[in-house]
Design a protein around this ligand. Structure first.
Ligand code: V47
Ligand code: SF4
Length: 391
């Protein structure tokens, strides 16, 4: 922990002249402006940003590092959209190259976890032209009938927007319908970059920024929580990143419905943006740090370890991150197909706890809404390995 009185004053004292005022504001718990956010990206050194972000992280969460026990269902990779960064989707015309699960297939995936202490299923996939709202509502109802306490975090605003338009429902009608069928919260995908010009270049045909924000705002109004992502490290610049985070910060001021911000590093394997170089690890850590400092009303910052790799996820815990997602079954292909570090992302509880303890943080298992399930700080790894209710 560095957030002692001395630690705090030394962050401000050691700040370069142009950044002292910003450091003072952050340490005093004041919000920084868009221009100040931009200065952090442009002029902040990695050690400076790291110590400031770590100060914020420790003020909010101490050494606690959250993870959850979850698994993924990816109903299909057939998609009507053609996002240039996507390595995962296949058009309906080429559906023989993709996959499509039936409602029974999805229920069978859920049943595979019957004896496991998972708390969340994350459902996300492509936007299939033949699957509709009623089909997915039926899947939700069947999952809830089988395992009522399992939290269903499902469908990006992109998938929802398409389903609702096809069903000729407003976002509010559609969300009420899915909530009644068992949907508990929304994941953060599909946000990409909110700037209209960049969005047009990387994902022109799917839900626009206003549509994405509107779906999340309505979900929050209906009492559902959600996450927010940002795809970074491609053709956007720092100003676009700040603009993206500002729009989220404004909506969060209004609704307080977001749990977590998840910056997603662009991976360039086998997609139409393979000519764009991937960002360096230094840039990735800067991204986490500025996000932690800038998004003062977001309680949590998540590093998605299957994309970053385990060691980089450990490193991110010193740059503002306080959550490294879940144990995650290997059915998630969205990143492995784009060239992520982890080809079959899966970690046992003992492995995730070890990963967090190795960098002297406190592993805490949470549910989707960040209620604490178990603090593992004082539990021995051997005990975890031998206890089926923990692994
Ligand atoms: O929206 C697709 C991203 C997202 C690439 O809410 C890519 O807890 C990098 O949103 N390089 C979907 N990223 C996944 C998602 C998510 C993941 C983990 C946790 C949560 C949560 C949400 O995946 C898409 C897009 O931004 N993506 N292709 C790529 N080549
Ligand atoms: Fe479809 Fe999502 Fe891929 Fe875009 S990112 S093409 S919406 S699966």
């Amino acid at each position: 922990m560095i957030s002692t009185e001395n630690g705090v004053s030394s962050i401000v004292k050691r700040a370069p002249d142009g950044l002292k005022k910003i450091a003072e504001k952050v340490v005093a718990g004041q919000r920084i402006s868009e221009e100040e956010g931009l200065i952090l990206f442009e002029e902040g050194s990695l050690p400076f940003l790291g110590s400031l972000a770590n100060f914020v992280r420790e003020k909010l969460h101490g050494d606690k590092t959250y993870f959850n026990r979850n698994f993924h269902i990816e109903p299909t990779n057939i998609c009507v959209f053609t996002c240039n960064f996507c390595s995962y989707s296949r058009l309906y015309a080429h559906r023989e190259e993709g996959w499509e699960l039936s409602a029974d297939d999805m229920l069978n995936i859920v049943k595979k976890y019957d004896s496991k202490p998972v708390t969340e299923v994350h459902i996300v996939g492509g936007v299939h032209p033949k699957l509709n709202l009623e089909f997915f509502a039926d899947v939700l109802r069947r999952i809830k009938a089988h395992r009522p306490e399992l939290h269903i975090k499902g469908f990006t605003a992109v998938e929802l927007d398409y389903m609702f338009r096809k069903a000729k429902m407003t976002a509010e009608e559609g969300l009420r319908f899915l909530k009644d069928a068992g949907l508990d919260s929304l994941p953060g995908g599909g946000a990409e970059i909110f700037d209209a010009e960049i969005r047009q270049k990387i994902c022109a045909d799917k839900v626009d920024t206003e549509g994405w924000l509107n779906i999340h705002e309505i979900a929050h109004k209906l009492g559902m929580h959600s996450n927010a992502t940002m795809l970074f490290g491609h053709i956007e610049n720092y100003r676009h990143r700040i603009d993206h985070m500002s729009r989220l910060r404004r909506l969060q001021d209004k609704t307080q419905g977001f749990n977590t911000f998840i910056p997603l590093k662009f991976r360039n394997k086998d997609n139409d943006m393979s000519n764009v170089a991937e960002s360096s690890i230094v840039e990735d850590m800067k991204m986490y740090a500025v996000a932690r400092i800038y998004l003062d009303n977001f309680p949590h910052l998540k590093a998605y370890w299957p994309m970053l790799g385990r060691q980089n996820a450990q490193l991110s815990l010193s740059f503002g991150v306080n959550d490294i997602d879940g144990t995650i079954d290997d059915t998630t292909k969205i990143y492995s197909m784009a060239g992520a570090e982890e080809q079959n992302p899966s970690m046992t509880t003992a492995e995730i706890v070890t990963l967090i303890k190795q960098v002297k943080r406190k592993p805490v298992e949470r549910d989707t809404l960040y209620n604490v399930i178990r603090d593992y700080s004082n539990i021995d790894i051997k005990e975890i390995e031998m206890n089926p209710s923990m692994n």
